[in-house]
Write a protein that binds this ligand. Sequence first.
Ligand code: FAD
Length: 249
Amino acid sequence: MRQPLDWQIATVKSIKPETEKIKTFTLTLPNWTRPRAGQHYDVRLSAEDGYVAQRSYSIASPPEQAGEVALTIERIEDGEVSTYMHDVLIPGDRIELRGPIGGYFVWEAGLLPEPLVLIAGGSGVVPLMSMIRHRAAAGSMVPTRLLYSSRNREDVIYYDELQSLRGDGLEIFHTLTRSQPAGWTGYARRIDDTMVKEVIAPFGKTMQVFICGPTLMVESTAESLLKLGVAPAQIRTERFGASGTAKGG
Ligand SMILES: Cc1cc2nc3c(=O)[nH]c(=O)nc-3n(C[C@H](O)[C@H](O)[C@H](O)COP(=O)(O)OP(=O)(O)OC[C@H]3O[C@@H](n4cnc5c(N)ncnc54)[C@H](O)[C@@H]3O)c2cc1C
């Protein structure tokens, strides 16, 4: 039997536009392994001349979605792999995939009983969405707060689904850093110490934090948490890219 870390050929089942620059690709896998929420897959593109490009993409779907995996990918202007995914791939196409990968940035309902704080910048919400979907699918009532930074309302991924999942201990806080629609009542600035303090306030010192997004956003948010007395062992981080300015945060 093949091991999960062998490359395998997945088939594109569907492609769903999420925002102007973001699409979700649902791929069916011949050798599906149940992932843990927060893990990622590697995607490999090979040209006829032997050139190979490989990138990591977080799993957006919950572990309960058997036989397939959803990847939510932002189109990075001039990016090699994300532009191929967005501009070339169509349903029915086949693509090389390896995974699921990662054992640190993962959350499993039932295993970590502490309240959950999820902090996302831009497409960094993807692995956190897998955790939120997993939480719902597993019927977990673990108190959970998502703080999600986007540039504009139109850039918020999964907005409607997040709205529908609110309740049962899940609270969602959006911050829109660049512009806000009329009547906006959420935060309207980059994530800062005060915002982090307000979001974690009800949990006292007991919580598990996952932060994902552009490098600078992840680092400044982790620093805010440390200043507020959250222990390093309670904070797990995942950095998506070198950019600190190209995405929300
Ligand atoms: C563990 C992990 C999980 C990831 N999960 C996701 C995911 O779920 N969804 C997703 O969209 N991306 C995700 N990424 C980022 C992804 O792996 C690629 O880096 C991204 O798609 C860019 O690849 P590219 O080939 O299109 O661009 P490249 O050809 O690698 O880069 C083109 C240009 O864009 C810049 N750039 C590269 N990455 C980013 C970025 N993330 N933001 C802004 N500028 C960038 C580069 O510095 C370069 O100037 C993840 C990264 C890691 C390490």
